[in-house]
Design a protein around this ligand. Structure first.
Ligand code: A2P
Length: 292
């Protein structure tokens, strides 16, 4: 993997499969499919985002597709990520799940598709992902919510190494052990909840506000810039047009090494969610249904 590459206002990172991914993406988890997702994604594309992150389980893929078409942007200028839901794991179900995402998005290929959660028949689902990639339906394949233990349990059995692992990451949870493991294989970490889900304790933390004032930026920009400098892909979410625009202004300042170290010291080693928690798979399956 190479370091960040500057492509104007957006930067991209080279994945271990040779494709590039824009380092800032717009996340739409929990944005309802009542016109809100369409509005937010269109606003993001007009503000300059060129990477949208959705999932089958977010139930808003169709509105993402609608906004992409409405934007008038050529298909190859926007990087689109979606994720396979655990209801559709196992080889046959995954093949159908991949086609369902493409249909809802109204696309003939996705730039990146991820196994959304590390449960049930992961191997069968991964095999279907590899095949869909070979058929040209997906450019890059990766995983999400794989802890170091789950990575070591599943990935050695995959024929293809994932290019990316999307996990919780923010200054209070910096995933040190996982990052060391992924770095060995040139696998990129993408950060979900890069703003700690809007946690006021993070956004108003005295170190964050002091450094934000020093770099003349909003606390959210400081946090996102910190994460980019740590080599992560960031996927901030917002439905507020001012926040959407502000969260993209990350390439006109650099946090100095000493300040990076101060921010690194905010790590608590604990996240909001533990994918290894007992009953987590069943709980997710009960809460999120992509079909009956
Ligand atoms: P809003 O939609 O009002 O902007 P995360 O991506 O870590 O899950 O965080 C999402 C939360 O952070 C949302 O509640 C969002 O609220 C808030 N947020 C996103 N960008 C900003 C910003 N620039 N300033 C303040 N809050 C923000």
């Amino acid at each position: 993997m190479s370091g960040p590459r500057n492509t104007g206002i957006m930067q991209s990172i080279l994945l271990n499969d040779g494709h590039s991914i824009p380092s800032v993406g717009f996340g739409v988890f929990q944005v309802p499919a009542d016109g809100s997702t369409f509005k937010a994604v269109l606003c993001a594309l007009q503000a300059g985002y060129r990477h949208i992150d959705t999932a089958a389980a977010y139930l808003n893929e169709a509105e993402v597709g609608q906004a992409l078409r409405e934007s008038g942007l050529p298909r190859n200028e926007v990087f689109v990520t979606s994720k396979l839901w655990i209801q559709d794991y196992g080889y046959e179900a995954a093949r159908a799940g991949i086609r369902s995402s493409l249909e809802k998005l109204g696309l003939d290929y996705m730039d990146l598709y991820l196994l959304h959660q590390p449960y049930f028949d992961v191997q069968g689902a991964w095999k279907a992902m590899e095949e869909a990639r070979d058929e040209g339906l997906i450019r890059s394949i990766g995983v999400s919510n794989f802890t170091p233990n789950l990575w070591k349990r599943h990935v050695p059995h995959f024929a293809t190494l994932p290019c990316l692992n999307q996990v919780e990451f923010h200054p209070f949870f910096q995933q040190r052990e996982l990052r060391a493991l992924l770095a060995q294989d040139g696998v990129v970490l993408a950060a979900w909840s890069p703003l700690g889900h809007g946690n006021a304790k993070l956004l108003t933390h005295p170190l964050v506000t002091t450094l934000a004032a020093r770099y003349h930026c909003a606390p959210c920009r400081l946090i996102l810039r910190f994460e980019l400098q740590e080599g992560c892909i960031v996927l901030p979410k917002s439905t507020n047009p001012d926040h959407i625009a502000s969260n993209l202004k990350l390439f006109d300042f650099t946090i100095e090494d000493g300040d990076m170290n101060l921010l690194r010291a905010l790590d608590t080693g604990k996240g909001m969610r533990d994918p290894e928690e007992a009953g987590r798979a069943e709980d997710l399956l009960a809460r999120y249904r992509v079909h009956p």
